[in-house]
Ligand binder design. Structure first.
Ligand SMILES: [Zn+2]
Length: 133
C-alpha cells in the first residue's frame, strides 16, 4: 500500500477525506482556489490560506490506464484520471467504477471515499449519475 505524503501543506486535505469532504485550498486574501496545495497563493502571494469543501463533481480532462508495473495492494489495471472539478481546479484521482475500456474524456465523475484505516481515507471517483436537463 502506497500512502500519500501528509505534510503541513496537505494535512487539511487528508483531514477532510476522513470526514467525507473533498477540500480545495483557498486563499484567504484574494479567494482564489488552488490544487495541489502550497504555502503561498500563486495569484497574490499571500500565506494566509483556508479551504472550501468541493461539491465532489468533476469531469475527466485526461486519463491513463495503469497496467504495469505492479502497485502494492492494487489489482491492475487501474484508471487514473486528471479531473476538472466543477470549482475550477484540476485534481488527479483513481477512477473506481469505470472500466479501463469505458473511460473517456468528458465523463462526469463524483467523488467517494475509501477508508483505508484510522489514519487514511483516500478519495476515489465513480461515474456521476446526474439529472438530465
Ligand atoms: Zn491570493
Amino acid at each position: 500500500m502506497i500512502r500519500p505524503m501528509v505534510n503541513r501543506d496537505s494535512a487539511y486535505f487528508w483531514e477532510g477525506t476522513q470526514k467525507g469532504e473533498l477540500r480545495i485550498q483557498s486563499c484567504n486574501a484574494c479567494g482564489v482556489l488552488r490544487h495541489p496545495p502550497g504555502p503561498a497563493c500563486p495569484r497574490c502571494g499571500a500565506l494566509d490560506r483556508g479551504y472550501v469543501v468541493a461539491s465532489g463533481l468533476g469531469t475527466v480532462f485526461s486519463y491513463v490506464v495503469h497496467r504495469h508495473p505492479p502497485i502494492p495492494g492494487k489489482e491492475l489495471p487501474i484508471v487514473i484520471a486528471l479531473i476538472d472539478l466543477d470549482e475550477g481546479v484540476r485534481m488527479v484521482g483513481e477512477v473506481a467504477d469505470v472500466a479501463d475500456d469505458e473511460i473517456e474524456i468528458g465523463i462526469r465523475l463524483r467523488v467517494d471515499f475509501n477508508r483505508v484505516d484510522d489514519d487514511l481515507t483516500l478519495p476515489v471517483w465513480n461515474r456521476a449519475v446526474e439529472e438530465t436537463r
